[in-house]
Design a protein around this ligand. Structure first.
Ligand code: DGJ
Length: 690
């Protein structure tokens, strides 16, 4: 039996021989419609020789121990008292639909049913796959992989992601070799350190060309990834919840969705598929015009005064802000980060008349109002903890994180309490936005905790459908498509350092569109790096994504004020097309230049952001090649911030005095030569198809 799925950009073929578990026998560039799938299945068989089993055990969608599979298996399960089960699945059913496939396998001896589901989205080119295990009697699940994919042979390396606070989305390149590359996230949340993504480029692929496979596991509770080359040379990719995340026995278990895609257009083909999928399929309020944010955190921290905040709001509105977000410090007795998480009542010392005076003032400035919560956390120094110490997740002896503990969201009492607290505030005031924070790792891996958080978010969203929610976790500690199904924006990083942001944003674009990626202009001297950047660089880096401000606007010089106003005006004029544009990472001939091209969906216009991250090795800038333009069309190219050119840029390049007209072919095959610039600066080019 064989099944195939096609979307014009890729073909996926699965085959099941003699009732055994299905395996991916082909995934990649589209195959001809007339392909003989029987023949394909036979051709996919590998030879055997000395030192091998007499037949190659299937690298199936759930490789089985029972077949003596010589690598990591797709399921590890035991009966209720802990005796390991060795399932042996046979085909039971297949349900096919347009770009949909459900495969069901049964193990009668152990009373187990395995189900795999595949959905290929023909518009976004993202393949969604998940697996479930049903058992007649309770079993203990240690590991269940989402449907397992093969990885290409003509690939020399894989790229996964690491990071830390203020340095998210670092790309880690690991050569393929015998054995496994294992990422096991034991922190209980997605984490800065463990973004659940994998990219497998085929040899020679770059941002703009070549064959690339990419994966993302949409789960916020910590994932496990296995990329393995088994002794016969075959390669597999497994993703699932972290090992042992199911703490109780049960009769049904499900993986989260594994999102994947194949591209013939380099890493960008995968990035565009994921960006479009997030915009079109994952987030629930996709068509909102993103308002410019003002967030008060780095202006006031815990030092709240209504008069000061009103003054700040007035200045923020004058810069162009459209939404004012009141951050940490408005509730309980929260004068620093040692107390009050869990006490979600307005601090009457700071807000004697509640939030109304501030909200009215914010509204009078033409801005909407948003507010910060960190619902899943509790400080030992809080009334909530004193009343309910039994609500805490994990061991009593655990080490605290930011002086706080985690609430056990698997408990319905905890969820009800939090729902009532948040609903109380959201009902009492005109609030359209919640910044939902999560500032420590969990004391243990527990899938019920993640499910509890999802349930609370879902209940709140149902009760307050107009309230937008942002996912923050000390910056980018909880970014994944599981949380994005329930939120509309991520706080990508606590780093407002424009240089660090430039890099983080560039890599995050492999999975995230601009519309969900928050980016703020921070203070002149960055609070998390100590680095000082001029306002032009800071403003343009923020303008690459969902723009906002996060400094005390009263500290801006007149020049900084007017630059920020101008860039914000530019952003507002362009946001409608930019929020649905594709972010394309450019192959830069100069390692010092990190550049991207945001191409409108109708391809008639684009903007290029070329960030200079360090001093170049050579003196003159190397031409920057653009991508995915119409080869024969002419484009009007304008360096819109040419006024920023330094006097040390002495040449008389035409682009410094006005627009130039060039063909798509020239721009893609030669590139555009930009003026010389200092590091920590950005050139912004607008392109219009003529
Ligand atoms: C961490 C967040 O990332 C910051 O933006 C801010 O909201 C603080 N928490 C508040 O405690």
């Amino acid at each position: 039996m064989q099944w195939r799925m096609d979307d014009g950009s890729q073909t996926l073929v699965l085959a099941s021989d003699k009732g055994r578990m299905a395996r991916v026998i082909y995934w990649g560039s589209p195959l001809s419609r007339s392909e003989d799938l029987d023949m394909l299945a036979q051709a996919a068989q590998l030879d055997v020789t000395g030192g091998m089993l007499d037949e190659n055990p299937d690298l199936s969608i759930c490789p089985e121990a029972g077949q003596a599979f010589p690598g990591q298996v797709g399921m590890v399960v035991a009966d209720a008292i802990g005796t390991p089960l060795v399932p042996h699945f046979t085909f039971a059913d297949a349900v096919t639909g347009k770009n949909h496939l459900t495969l069901v396998y049964k193990d009668a001896n152990n009373g187990l049913t395995y189900t795999a589901e595949f959905n290929l989205n023909a518009d976004t080119h993202v393949l969604s796959a998940k697996a479930a295990l049903d058992a007649d009697a309770p079993v203990r699940l240690h590991w269940l992989a989402a449907p397992v994919f093969t990885a290409p042979q003509l690939s020399d390396e894989m790229i996964d992601f690491a990071g830390r606070w203020c340095d998210e989305f670092k790309m880690i390149h690991t050569p393929w070799s015998a054995g496994i590359r294992l990422r096991e996230n034991r922190t209980g949340r997605t984490g800065h350190e463990h973004f659940p993504g994998l990219i497998v480029p085929c040899r020679g692929a770059s941002n703009t060309q070549g064959q690339v496979y990419a994966f993302h596991y949409g789960w916020s509770g910590g994932h496990r990834m296995v990329a393995e080359e088994i002794p016969d040379g075959r390669r597999q990719v497994q993703f699932g919840n972290a090992m042992g995340a199911e703490l109780s026995t049960g009769k049904r278990f499900e993986t989260a969705t594994l999102f994947s895609t194949f591209s013939n257009q380099g890493l960008n083909g995968c990035a565009v598929a994921f960006q479009r999928h997030v915009r079109g399929e994952i987030i629930q309020q996709p068509n909102l015009v993103r308002p410019v944010h003002y967030n008060c955190w780095e202006a006031i921290y815990f030092d709240h005064s209504v008069d000061e905040l009103k003054d700040i709001a007035t200045h923020a509105a004058a810069l162009g802000a459209e939404r004012f977000v009141l951050d940490d410090g408005w509730f309980g007795k929260r004068d620093d980060d040692t107390s009050a998480l869990g006490d979600w009542q307005i601090d009457a010392r700071k807000y004697p008349n509640g939030l109304t005076p501030l909200i009215n003032h914010v509204h009078a400035q033409g801005m909407s109002f948003g507010i910060w919560f960190e619902p899943e956390m509790i400080n030992p120094d809080s009334d909530a903890f004193r009343a309910h110490p039994e609500w805490v997740l994990g061991d009593k002896a655990q080490v605290l994180g930011r002086q706080q503990l985690v609430l056990n969201l698997a408990l319905s009492d905890v969820r009800d309490y939090l729902f009532d607290c948040l609903a109380g505030i959201l009902s009492a005031y005109d609030i359209e936005y919640v910044k939902w924070d999560h500032n420590r790792v969990l004391p243990c891996v527990d899938a019920d905790q993640t499910r509890g958080t999802y349930a609370l978010l879902d209940r709140l969203r149902e009760a307050f459908p107009k309230v937008e929610i942002e996912s923050c976790a000390s910056g980018g500690g909880r970014i994944d498509y599981g949380i994005l199904e329930r939120t509309g924006r991520v706080w990508l990083s606590d780093s407002n350092d424009a240089l660090e942001r430039l890099k983080i944003q560039h890599n995050a674009a492999l999975f995230l569109p601009a519309s969900v990626t928050g980016s703020h202009v921070g203070p002149y001297t960055c609070h998390t790096s100590g680095r000082t950047h001029n306002i032009r660089f800071r403003a343009w880096v923020a303008a690459q994504r969902h723009m906002g401000f996060e400094m005390d606007p009263r500290d801006l010089t007149p020049d900084a004020h007017s630059v920020l106003q101008d860039v914000t005006t530019w952003w507002k004029a362009n946001r409608e097309w930019m929020q649905t544009a594709d972010i394309l990472r450019l192959d830069s001939a100069d390692d010092a230049v990190i550049a991207e091209q945001q191409l409108a969906r109708d391809q008639t216009r684009f903007v290029v952001f070329a960030g200079k991250a360090e001093t170049s090795d050579q003196i003159a800038p190397r031409p920057l090649r653009l991508t995915l333009l119409d080869n024969t069309a002419q484009y009007r190219i304008e360096l819109i911030n040419r006024g920023d050119a330094h006097h040390l840029s002495r040449g008389d390049q035409q682009i410094k005095s006005g627009p130039v007209t060039l063909s798509g072919g020239y721009l893609m095959n030669h590139g555009i030569a930009l003026p010389w610039s200092f590091p920590d600066s950005m050139w912004v080019l607008e392109g219009t198809k003529l």
